[in-house]
Design a protein around this ligand. Structure first.
Ligand code: SAH
Length: 466
């Protein structure tokens, strides 16, 4: 299998410095599964191409595996020596190690500069077809050229194969291009040749942490890259999404009960859900997105009301989403009900197109789980990009904590809360958001009202004209 990297950035032969491979030499490297060779079919000042040729030993590959799962022939006749896959990714990491890390002896500044680069992969298997390939590379700013490969050129009637010739071109840093290829080629190919273990997650985060988190196909890529090993997918995504949200997941898991126990005498949770539900009902909204839906308590209530035709629950915690799916008996709902509700994993502090197009959004007891410096990102995501007609936000009223007998003074209600605001603090935030984003605002207390301290929960209703 072959990977050609080219540049037209002059002098193009600087590519040799960037890859740490001299254009005039043929160099070879021993790998566990074969040999890799680097050579330059073209190296002049205008255009320079480095070829990485990977020579895989197909017999060595299956020797010792012996599971015979694909029949005896498949053991020896397979596409692995030819199609770009995780083998090529391993070769990239080995042979172009310094370039992948952004280093270059002699051209340090160029290594950090976006330059016109092209990558050509003569054979890439994509069972998901052309679209799967485009969806991976185009959001990263590449122009993508794809040519289908016939099963056999001599027998056109056999039709197309699942293989493609791929060429991508873009103005990027070499390190970025290599990192994109390192993650995306195996994800597209979807068939890892080695056992997917915990260290794979580390590799994925290390190689792709700075771009995969914001990629629209993030979940698909991580799923495929890690070959749908669920537990690995979880930790990879959580870490990509944000270390902070990863904490949320663990903190929630360990201490879920704490907040409830403190608030229980009031059954505050029920009052809160009831208040939010009645606001949503009265607004006439037909589609609702529940931001930070947690274990789906509100979703269950929304499902019971026919008014809500389309309901989306979003949370960063897969554990919470699993619990929600169980609670709501998602797998047993009749199709007419099932179609109304969707659960997705997502971080609310990244722009997410899936949140767009809803009449109303609510974030019930969620903002206090975010670090204050992340709130502006949440604000943009919800109020600038998604922009529903109605946004309902609830959060604890810190002043009221004095009424909770079990809560020591100065402590927060939940160990994962990053803050709890007084009424004045919440009002200041909400007023600023409403003013910046062109929303009207109403602030309402939820729960029994203490004459001096207010209610235990505070609720903000943001509305904008249709
Ligand atoms: N709304 C639910 C859950 C509240 S707990 C209820 O009232 O029952 C807060 C939830 O917000 C948790 O499930 C947590 O995983 C989620 N969360 C916290 N920070 C988040 C973020 N940045 N993106 C998405 N979800 C987040």
């Amino acid at each position: 299998m072959l990977l050609n990297l080219s540049t037209t950035h002059e002098p193009a032969t600087d590519l040799g410095y960037l890859l740490a491979k001299h254009p005039q030499k043929l160099q070879s490297f021993e790998l566990a599964f074969g040999r890799a060779h680097v050579f330059y079919p073209q190296a002049d000042a205008r255009r320079c191409t480095a070829s990485l040729l990977l020579d895989i030993d197909p017999v060595g590959l299956v020797r010792g595996r012996g599971d015979g799962s694909e029949g005896p022939l498949a053991q020896y006749v397979n596409d692995r020596p030819y199609a770009a896959s995780s083998f090529l990714a391993v070769a990239i990491a080995r042979v172009y190690r310094s370039a992948l890390s952004g280093a270059s002896a002699g051209r340090e500044a160029l290594a950090q500069t976006a330059i016109p680069l092209e990558a050509e992969v003569p054979v890439l298997r994509a069972r998901g077809g052309e679209e799967a390939i485009r969806r991976c590379f185009e959001p990263l700013g590449y122009t993508v050229e794809l040519a289908p490969l016939a099963l056999d050129a001599r027998f056109p009637e056999w039709g197309a194969s699942p293989y493609w010739r791929l060429r991508i071109a873009g103005c990027v840093r070499l390190r970025e291009l290599l990192s994109h290829l390192y993650v995306l080629l195996p994800a597209i190919d979807g068939d890892k040749h080695y056992f997917v273990g915990d260290d794979e997650v580390d590799k994925l985060v290390a190689k792709a942490g700075d771009w995969l988190a914001a990629h629209p196909q993030r979940d698909w890529i991580a799923n495929r890259y890690l070959k749908r090993r669920r537990s690995l997918v979880r930790s990879a995504l959580a870490r990509l999404l944000d270390a902070e949200e990863d904490d949320v997941d663990r903190a929630e898991q360990a201490r879920e009960a704490a907040e409830e126990a403190i608030e229980r005498p009031l059954s505050l949770n029920e009052q809160r859900m009831g208040s939010v539900l009645s606001v949503l009902r009265q607004s006439g909204a037909r589609s609702i997105v529940d931001l930070g839906c947690g274990e789906g308590r509100l979703l269950g209530l929304l499902l019971k009301e026919k008014q809500f035709e389309r309901i989306l629950g979003v949370d960063v915690s897969l554990r919470a989403l699993d619990v929600a799916a169980d609670r709501l008996h998602l797998d047993r709902l009749p199709p007419s009900q099932r179609e109304r509700l969707q659960l997705v994993q997502g971080a609310l502090t990244y722009r997410d197109r899936r949140l767009e197009g809803f009449d109303a959004a609510c974030a019930v007891e969620v903002i206090e789980h975010m670090d204050p410096p992340r709130l502006p990102a949440f604000e943009r995501n919800v109020f600038e990009f998604a922009r529903p007609r109605l946004v309902v936000v609830t959060t604890p009223n810190a002043e009221y904590n004095a009424n909770f007998a079990d809560l020591p003074a100065g402590k927060l209600r939940h160990p994962d809360h990053r803050f709890e605001w007084t009424r004045a603090e919440f009002a200041a935030w909400a007023e600023a958001v409403a003013a910046r984003r062109g929303y009207g605002l109403r602030l309402l207390p939820v729960g029994p009202l203490d004459p001096a301290l207010g209610a235990p929960t505070q609720m903000a209703l943001f509305t904008r004209d249709a």
